[in-house]
Every structure is written in C-alpha cells, then in structure tokens.
Design a protein around this ligand. Structure first.
Ligand SMILES: Nc1ncnc2c1ncn2[C@@H]1O[C@H](COP(=O)(O)OP(=O)(O)OP(=O)(O)O)[C@@H](O)[C@H]1O
Ligand SMILES: [Mg+2]
Length: 374
C-alpha cells in the first residue's frame, strides 16, 4: 500500500501555477527522492505532504487516511500527521541548547528520561556532534546546525521522514559521510522517506525511487538504474550524469532491411531487433560508453583530443568531433593521451534514441543487470 499518496495536487501562488496537477504514490518503507532544478516545485510538494503548505486542489493521504481534500475541505494540521522533517532552513530553536533542540519532541511525548538520554547520545554520535550538546545554535557553524536538525530527526524515529536538502550546508567529505548515515538510518528505521535534492549524486546513491521534476511536472519516476540508463526524455538524460551525456543528431535509414544510423558523417549499422523507424533522431551516449582508439577502426569516427582532466580514479577527456565538443570518461588516471588525432567508437551497450520532441523511443542495450530487468 502507498504510505503517501498525492492525487491531482495543484498549487497556485497568486497567478503562478507552481504545481499543475501532481499524482504521486510512495510505497511504505521506500526512500523516494524528488530531484530537479531550482524552482521546479520540490519544496512545495514536500511542504504539501507535511501540511505546511495547503494545496490549491487535490487530495493527500498518509497511510491510507486522507489528510487533505479540496472536495471535502479536510485539512489535518502538520503536527497531527506524525511526520519528521528537516527543511531547507533547518529551523532550530535559537533559545534552546543543542540537546534540548534534539529532544524537545521526545520530552513533550513524555518518553522516559533514560530513553530520551539514550536517543540523544545515539543521535549526537551519528552526526558527530558529541560534546557540543551544551551550545546554542548561534554558537555553531551552518553545517553543525544542519547536523543538529538531522540528529533531531534520528532521535524522533517517525515512520515518515521528509527531508529538504538536509546536506546542502556540509562540506564534501561530511556530505558523503552523512549520505551513508542517512541511508543506514533509513534502513534501520524502515521509515518511508521523501528526500528533496537537486544533487543527482545524492539521488542516485540513496534512493529506491527517483522522481525527476521540471516546472512542477513529473518527467520520470523510476529506480536509479532506469533514470540513469533509460531516461524518459532529453531533459532527464541531460539532468542526470556528470559529466553530461553526449547528444548527436542522427538519421535512421533502412538499407535492404538493415537499419543504419547516419551520424557525424559516418554510417553505423544498428544492432538487430531495434524498433526504430526511418527519420531524424537524437542519439544520447553517456561518456563512459565511448571508446577512444589511436588508429582507425571499422566504426570509428575521427576526433581530436582537446583537454584531458584526471579526477583520480577516472579521467574526463574532452574531444572535438567535426566541430562538436564531446566528453569521454575512462576508468583510469591519464595526464595526457599520446596522440591528438584519435577515433572514437560508440558502444551499443547503452545508447538512447530520442524523437524530435525529445522523448526516448528506443535504447540499444546489450547488457542489463538481472536485478534491473524490466
Ligand atoms: N511562498 C511563495 N510565494 C510565491 N511563489 C512561490 C512561493 N514558494 C515557492 N514559490 C514558487 O514556486 C515555484 C516552486 O518553488 P519551490 O520552492 O517548490 O522550488 P524547489 O524545486 O524547491 O527549488 P530549489 O531547488 O531552489 O529549492 C518557484 O517558481 C517559486 O518561485
Ligand atoms: Mg527547495
């Protein structure tokens, strides 16, 4: 059963339609991430689930019970929805020390003092703030304040957790650590989690389901594998992936029953069984699915190496291919490549084809892990 259900939810701010009619079902116990660019309606959607924002129309239910309905006029106040949340502004009580900020809800719920103490210690340890419990929020850095908000969530143990960019103020190392901690927390608590971010790495690493939004509209909903490898449209394809997906204009032709792809002045045979009709397509190839050769190969396309950027375990290579800049990612450290003139080959392991309207129409996919098979 869905733990959270939004049916045809709209949100108007004055005359601006921030959310034009959203349907979303979140299964119990899942970690669902709302992902999208700034202003796409992630926070608004989360606040409507929490009850901090009243939708303009539609219905919201939690655990099968309606908490908002524009037809009946029902609206359950946020504090009666049994949720734990962290919002972009993490709203700590400035007049309370860290320990009280973390345990306020527990003491108000009249939990035994020993339980409260144990939960406080555990939460402080998880966010690495042990020793700072006697400080006021104003005596902490932004990142530390954010971790107090996460600790409060850990201590409360609600069955639904809503988080809006809870790691945005942390430095890169701490963010990676906290990502692991939040994922573990989700697993331990078994709580249904809705997580908002515009950081695709957070979305890919933590989620069971990613919901990609643009202008208040869901573009695609799927597991991280589907979102990354089978993006529903060009928006999702370009939003996910760093370095970005390479896009080529191509034309599909059929010659004597065989499908061929004309691209960058070359013709490549397409794998058999692909359901593509003749005509223009946009071809999307992720940087790791392009090979670089130092001599011409059958399906190779001539290109020129421009910039080589090692990042440690990988190297990003920027090339010029008939005036178009493309990016290739290789899984090793390279300071430079021996030759400037190279030949690139697209791996038909994973190539997406999009129609002129930007919708994905086909994916060439040779290998697919069994767990992700449709
Ligand atoms: N209180 C408000 N009054 C008027 N417009 C608002 C209000 N809150 C949000 N909006 C508008 O609604 C749209 C969605 O905003 P929202 O805060 O949900 O975006 P977001 O996806 O969370 O973005 P970000 O990643 O920047 O936090 C934006 O165009 C925003 O300007
Ligand atoms: Mg936001």
């Amino acid at each position: 059963m869905s733990e959270i259900k939004l049916s045809n939810i709209t949100k108007l701010y004055g005359s601006q339609l921030a959310v034009p009619g959203l349907d979303l079902e979140i299964p119990k116990g899942s970690f669902v991430t709302l992902l999208g660019p700034s202003g796409c309606g992630k926070t608004t959607t989360l606040r409507m689930i929490a009850g901090l924002e009243q939708p303009s129309s539609g219905e919201v239910s939690l655990a099968g019970k309606p908490v908002y309905s524009s037809t009946t006029g029902m609206f359950v106040a946020p504090e009666r929805r049994g949720l734990g949340f962290i919002f972009q502004s993490y709203a700590l009580w400035p007049n309370m020390k860290v320990d009280r900020n973390i345990t306020l809800a527990l003491t108000e719920a009249k939990l035994p003092a020993l339980t409260v103490k144990a939960r406080l210690q555990e939460a402080l340890e998880k966010v690495q703030l042990t020793g700072l419990e006697g400080r006021y929020p104003s005596e902490l850095s932004g990142g530390q304040q954010q971790r107090v908000a996460v600790a409060r969530l850990i201590a409360a143990r609600n069955s639904i957790l809503l988080m809006d960019e809870p790691l945005s103020n942390l430095d890169a190392k701490l963010r990676t650590e906290m990502r692991t901690e939040l994922k573990r927390l989700h697993r331990e608590l078994g709580a249904t989690t809705v997580y908002v971010t515009h950081d695709q790495v957070e979305a890919l690493t933590m989620s069971d389901i990613i919901v990609v939004m643009k202008d208040g509209i869901i573009q695609q909903q799927g597991n991280p594998y589907e979102i990354y490898h089978n993006p529903a449209n060009l928006f999702v394809a370009e939003f996910i992936g760093d370095p970005k997906i390479n896009l080529f204009s191509g034309v599909v032709k059929r010659v004597g029953g065989e499908a061929r792809l004309s691209l960058c002045g070359t013709e490549l045979p397409l794998p058999a069984g692909m359901n593509l009709s003749e005509g223009p397509v946009t071809v999307g190839v992720r940087p790791e699915n392009i090979a670089i050769h130092d001599r011409p190969t059958g399906a190779g396309i001539a290109a020129e190496v421009d910039v080589v950027q090692p990042t440690g375990s990988q190297t990003i290579i920027s090339l010029l291919l008939k005036g178009q800049r493309i990016t290739v990612l290789i899984p090793r450290f390279e300071n430079s490549l021996p030759k400037k003139n190279v030949w690139i080959e697209l791996s038909f392991d994973h190539i997406n084809f999009f129609d002129p309207a930007g919708r994905r129409i086909e994916t060439a996919q040779v290998r697919q892990p069994a767990s992700h098979a449709a």
